[in-house]
Ligand binder design. Structure first.
Ligand SMILES: [Zn+2]
Length: 58
């Protein structure tokens, strides 16, 4: 699912615009954390390394 709502980092208003805030012109960003957090990616990477090292079966 694609999250369309963005939040202005300056005034905190929610907007559907992707480029900038319609109120103050500040930058907007997705208020939700990404689906795969850096921790998940790290664990995935670690798992890959263990697999390549032959420690765990593929
Ligand atoms: Zn704003």
């Amino acid at each position: 699912m694609k999250w369309l709502l963005r939040r202005c980092t300056v005034c905190g208003r929610y907007t559907l615009r992707r480029d900038k805030c319609p109120v103050c012109g500040g930058p907007v960003r997705v208020p939700h954390p990404p689906r795969f957090s850096p921790d998940d990616r790290f664990l995935r990477y670690k798992y890959e390394m263990l697999k390549r090292a032959g420690i765990i079966p593929p």
